[in-house]
Design a protein around this ligand. Structure first.
Ligand code: NAP
Length: 309
């Protein structure tokens, strides 16, 4: 495994982070038990991953707690999240605090390395900054939270409206989580310059999502990108749009994200030990050939409306 420093947190983190959300949720989405899901966490530690991203609403924190139970606490970096709003509306400061305490309990730890406000929409940003950040700063003083993070709602905010504002206006965030992939690398132009100015650490999500792990979903997405004028129809093979990247589309997509984005941690979520090992190998493989990278860049240069979900 390769390691880097997570921006101004100073934490040493593996280039691959285990994502415990997404469609698989460590296998809990397919009926696995917490103990079985914890085996995915243990397997990640075995391949050298030390960065684990979970969230209150993934319901995978208990499995993460079980999975890290056998290793020294300071050998892993835990990122978790609580959203600024739920089905009842915006979460109050008091409720937010008790939810973060709930994360600590489920994870079986007395501190969280990166505590993120989860999936913040542009409309929720003021609330997150004015009402919830003070809670997290107090918890940081108490030693329960080590650094503050924010994650975007990439499925609906594919052009990073919230994150661009958060980084341009405020110097509160130690770590940001941003969507980036072969299909939409617009964060490079719009988010990364601000990240560098602030010295934030970065977590990359959506390197491989539905459209990059299921061929039918990719074809449907490409039709849509052509119809909306973001991709030229003659620039790719309609039957196998990313065939030129090789037979292992997911592996190639992870390599693109790892080497082209300049971000610290590439998150990879899975229910499969086979995928886990393959993804660790891809993230640690060298860059793709310049021919492949140039072709990707020319096909998707104008795209900022796709998440690949
Ligand atoms: N707003 C937010 O804060 C937010 C939003 C989304 C995600 N996240 C975080 O970011 C992490 C990464 O999210 P993501 O969107 O990139 O998705 P992901 O959770 O990494 O999911 C990737 C999907 O692709 C499949 N897959 C993985 N490796 C594969 C391979 N080698 N071949 C074929 N299929 C493969 C997995 O299914 P299998 O189980 O079959 O491997 C999985 O369902 C999440 O787990 C979560 O921790 C945060």
């Amino acid at each position: 495994m390769e390691f880097t420093t997570l921006g101004r947190t100073g934490l040493r983190v593996s280039r691959m982070g285990l994502g415990c959300g997404g469609h698989s949720r460590l296998g809990l989405s397919f009926g696995r038990t917490d103990e079985e899901a914890a085996d995915v966490v243990r397997a990640a530690l075995d391949v050298g991953v030390n960065f684990i991203d979970t969230a209150e609403n993934y319901r995978t924190e208990t499995a993460v707690g079980l999975g890290i139970g056998g290793v020294p606490r300071d050998s892993v970096v835990i990122s978790t999240k609580v959203a600024a709003a739920d089905a009842d509306g915006l979460v109050s400061a008091a409720d937010y605090r008790s939810r973060v305490e709930g994360c600590l309990t489920r994870l079986g730890t007395d501190y969280i390395d990166v505590m993120n406000v989860h999936g913040v929409t542009p409309d929720e940003y003021d609330w997150a900054r004015d009402e919830l950040v003070p809670v997290l700063l107090r918890m940081r003083e108490e030693g329960k939270v080590r650094s503050l993070g924010i994650t975007e709602q990439f499925i609906t905010d594919t052009s990073h409206v919230m994150l661009r504002r958060a980084l341009a206006e405020d110097d509160l965030w130690d770590v940001v989580m941003v969507g980036y992939s072969v299909l939409n690398f617009s964060a490079e132009r719009t988010v990364m310059p601000l990240v560098r100015e602030r010295g934030c650490g970065t977590q990359l999500m959506f390197a491989v999502r539905r459209a990059l792990s299921r061929p039918a979903a990719l074809i449907e997405l490409m039709e849509n990108l052509v119809a909306t004028g973001q991709v030229d129809s003659g620039s790719f093979d309609a039957a196998e749009p990313l065939k030129f990247m090789g037979v292992d589309m997911a592996g190639a997509a992870y390599r693109f994200a790892r080497h082209e984005s300049g971000m610290d941690v590439v998150l990879s979520g899975t229910s499969s030990l086979e995928h886990l090992k393959a993804n660790a190998a891809s993230i640690c493989a060298g860059p793709l050939s310049s021919d492949i990278v140039e072709r990707v860049r020319s096909i998707f240069a104008r795209v900022d409306s796709a998440s690949g979900n």
